[in-house]
Design a protein around this ligand. Structure first.
Ligand code: NAP
Ligand code: MG
Length: 407
């Protein structure tokens, strides 16, 4: 059999540490033997970012805008300690933040679910995807530590017209003060991404805020979602047999816990930050959480939700065996290849991406897994393998699946 061909390049963003090691293994063992990989390669390893004054990150994001699909390895976000470790010129911005800024995207996170790992919530049968509006609110807030008595007020000065002023609080003593903002433009992008993704994956969309308390701020989110749904997506939702509904965040939390899963939950920035950690932990492990950045103009960037697994990398450097879970990184590749195939009408590529995912799930369900999962596994006696061992085991399963499907 000849290798699968790709018509359009997939934008490949390499990264750091243990995930960089896994990245190379995945390409060598699980992709290159089957596909004539056509990627436009960007090395986002910290040294390369430093050498190029982070231009490489910007170029990679622009390449995703050009071709529509990218796959990204986890990268180190520079901090003080990394500045010393890598002797960096500057404390470069997080690549994810840079890419998100350029693509204006919303981050969607979905757990990979297997039968031998039971979610902490017994009723959950299907994955729950969290869509986090990763812009503004408390993350872009201006804060004052109020030292003592005084008046706090809020003012807005329009370009034309007279300013609006409100007293927030008459402080009798020390306290705290915070000013938050968001923009209609960003809220609209967020809504479009969520409606489109729900349609694409044929899942209900839930949206929650606290509009009963936040009568202007959260209400604006609610009204924008409502307007966009009514004018743009309602009939497509009805045709697809899926539902959009808005509810208070308190009610959403209760419903999520009682649900059987299988829907998209759109959250404001802070809610999404907290709830995605809650959902991923309740489903099992960060190493099983996939992540896709989706832009309003239809660009996709697939990655794992976890970081570069530094502690495992240091052990690897010392020559010790590691048992690092490659699942989320493999699913980033399969997701990106599938999307590339879909956009190019390349059915063979789509089929391969699905086979790769099936091979991963079959291997785990068969009890062969990394240490992190073995600790969570119920009902079977797991066989714990190394990082290279799990990739080899998946390759064996993949070869069987591909042989079978060809007969
Ligand atoms: P991390 O790399 O996600 O790892 C934290 C811990 O979670 C690991 O020590 C490990 O626990 C467990 N873990 C995560 N992924 C795993 C996997 N695939 N298999 C097995 N165990 C896994 O987070 P971190 O240590 O906080 O951050 C490390 C670096 O990653 C930092 O430089 C950070 O800036 C960067 N980061 C990047 C991204 C991104 O690029 N998207 C996201 C987050 C963090 P045990 O040690 O207990 O086995
Ligand atoms: Mg968080």
């Amino acid at each position: 059999m000849g290798k699968i061909k790709m018509t359009t390049p997939l934008v490949e963003l390499d990264g750091d540490e243990m995930t960089r090691i896994i990245w190379a293994m995945i390409k060598e063992k699980l992709l290159s033997p089957y596909i004539e990989l056509n990627t436009e390669y960007y090395d986002l390893g910290l040294m390369q970012r430093d050498e190029t004054d982070d231009e490489i990150t910007i170029q990679s994001a622009n390449a995703i805008r050009k071709y529509g699909v990218g796959v990204k390895c986890a990268t180190i976000t520079a901090n003080k300690q990394r500045m010393e470790e890598y002797k960096l010129k500057k404390m470069w911005k997080s690549p994810n933040a840079t890419i998100r800024g350029i693509l204006d995207g919303t981050v969607l996170r979905t757990p990979i679910v297997i039968s031998c790992i039971k979610p902490a919530v017994r009723t959950w049968e299907k994955p729950i995807t969290i869509a986090r509006h990763a812009f503004g609110d408390v993350y872009g807030a201006t804060e004052i530590r109020v030292p003592g008595a005084g008046t706090a007020s809020m003012s807005f000065k329009p370009e034309a017209g007279s300013p609006e002023n409100r007293v927030i609080h008459e402080f009798k003593g020390a306290g705290v003060l915070q000013g938050q903002f968001n923009t209609d433009e960003s809220i609209r992008s967020f809504a479009h991404v969520c409606f489109k993704y729900a349609l694409e994956t044929k899942q209900d969309l839930w949206f929650s805020t606290k509009d009963t308390i936040s009568k202007q701020y959260d209400q604006t989110f609610k009204l924008i979602y409502h307007e966009i749904y009514e004018t743009t997506y309602k009939s497509d939702f009805e045709k697809a047999g899926i539902e959009y509904f808005y509810t208070l965040i308190d009610d959403a939390v209760a419903r999520v816990i009682r649900s059987s899963g299988g829907f998209l939950w759109a959250c404001k920035n802070y809610d999404g930050d907290v709830m995605s950690d809650m959902v991923s932990t309740a489903f099992g492990s960060l190493a099983m959480m996939t992540s896709v950045l989706l832009s309003p103009d239809g660009c996709y960037e697939y990655e794992a939700a976890h970081g570069t697994v530094t502690q495992h990398y240091y052990r690897h450097l010392k020559g010790e065996e590691t048992s690092t879970n490659p699942m989320a990184t493999i699913f980033a590749w399969s997701g990106a290849l599938h999307k590339r195939g879909e956009l190019d009408g390349n059915d063979v590529l789509c089929k391969f991406a699905k086979s790769l995912e099936t091979a991963c799930l079959t291997t785990l369900e068969g009890g062969v897994m990394t240490k992190d999962l073995a600790a969570l596994c119920e009902g079977i006696t797991p066989k714990i393998v190394t990082t290279a061992g799990i990739i080899d085991a998946i390759k064996l399963t993949l070869d069987e699946i591909i042989d079978l499907s060809e007969n």
